[in-house]
Design a protein. Structure first.
Length: 382
């Protein structure tokens, strides 16, 4: 039985190599949440942990010594399941220090050491711990990294494993040149046809964006957060402006009508396109292209080095319900990368197996609804 009692912040959980078989992980120190603001990814940041705490997640922070002279923060969030159990989740973590071996076997071993070492630091009712490892392969059609046993794939990925990264260190002319020709044309076309882009700031702007999100979710058959979720994101992020972080709402308009909107998170060297929505009206004006180009320009002006389009299908598959999303995002150029997705390490295998079964069923239902929505949309155009 693992202890239900938390370790205090002065306690160090040391991993002794010869006795435990640990190769890479030296120690884990429970820490203040603020240490996670040193993380590279916003999903491992203290900001994200405190934001998720508003929605029922329990948040823990650690400092992990991986050896190689490097310590890295680790964010672990926890959520309740049925029958008194819960699961722990490490979004886009762990992050390894510079000099860590760049091979799959080393990473898998280190992740296993971390999963086992976190076990006594978690409450006794944690059934499993889920990881979204941040390492990746690159290139269209390239297989994503795969973890080995005792890790097993989750029933559904939490974060998008596949994405497109734009290199903002290039001149704007090179960024435009990296786009597909039709994309460059559409960026210019939107402006010529009178589409304007502005930064939203009022509550009314966010409510209009949410109306577009609702329209998009109905059209594409996707799940949607509540309006309160997006309001909290902006108000919470406002407390991190002094750390160079900001959530920005962009709205594209034509003759006073809002046609599309996107939410972009700026944090340090990265800009991440988090959410997007568009109207069914005036789609020939190419408003989403103008939005992306404005956000890319702003990110470059802020000194960001990377613009993450944050989520595409794993390959160019016309039969995929999000095939249009793949074509749209990859048309802006950049590198296509593939992360492993969500993988679980079971502390209570039976509970974990039941949860993954239910999770897989929910995923199939969402996919069915998405395919049906796209089929209905195609039929309406005929």
């Amino acid at each position: 039985m693992r202890s239900r009692q938390y370790l205090n912040h002065a306690t160090i959980h040391e991993v002794k190599g010869p006795e435990s078989g640990a190769v890479y992980l030296k120690s884990i120190v429970p820490s203040e949440l603020s240490v996670c603001n040193k993380a590279e990814s916003f999903l491992q940041s203290g900001f994200w942990g405190s934001f998720k705490a508003h929605f029922g997640w329990n948040v823990r922070a650690f400092t992990v010594d991986w050896g190689f002279g490097g310590e890295r923060p680790l964010l672990v969030i926890r959520r309740r399941l049925a029958f008194g159990f819960c699961f722990a989740y490490v979004p886009w973590g762990p992050e390894f220090p510079e000099g860590f071996p760049d091979d799959g076997a080393a990473r898998n071993t280190a992740l296993l050491e971390l999963a086992r070492s976190l076990c006594p630091l978690m409450p006794d009712n944690v059934a499993f711990i889920r990881f979204d490892p941040p390492w990746y392969t690159e290139g269209p059609g390239t297989p994503a990294p795969v973890l080995s046993e005792p890790f097993s794939p989750a029933g559904a990925d939490v974060q998008p494993p596949d994405t497109v990264l734009l290199d903002l260190t290039q001149p704007e002319k090179a960024l435009l040149g990296g786009m597909k020709g039709k994309w460059r044309y559409n960026v210019g076309l939107a402006g010529k046809r009178g589409v304007t882009v502005r930064r939203g700031g009022s509550g009314a702007d966010l409510e209009r964006f949410y109306q577009l999100l609702t329209e998009t979710a109905r059209r594409d058959g996707i799940a949607l957060h509540s309006l309160g979720y997006y309001k909290t994101l902006f108000t919470h992020c406002a407390g991190y402006l002094d750390q160079g972080q900001e959530a920005a709402l962009y709205l594209a308009e034509h003759e006073g009508e809002v046609l599309a909107g996107i939410v972009v998170l700026f944090r340090g060297a990265q800009a991440v396109y988090l959410y997007g929505a568009s109207s069914d009206r005036k789609r020939n004006l190419m408003a989403p292209y103008a939005l992306q180009w404005s956000a890319i320009q702003d990110a470059k002006a802020r000194g960001c080095r990377v613009y993450d389009l944050f989520g595409i299908p794993p390959r160019d598959d016309p039969g995929h319900p999000m095939a249009g999303l793949y074509r749209f995002k990859t048309g802006f150029g950049g590198r296509i990368i593939h992360r492993p997705g969500s993988w679980d390490y079971a502390y209570r295998p039976l509970v974990k197996a039941l949860f993954v079964l239910a999770e897989g069923l929910r995923k199939k239902l969402r996919t069915f609804r998405s395919r049906r929505s796209h089929k209905e949309a195609r039929n309406m155009k005929r």
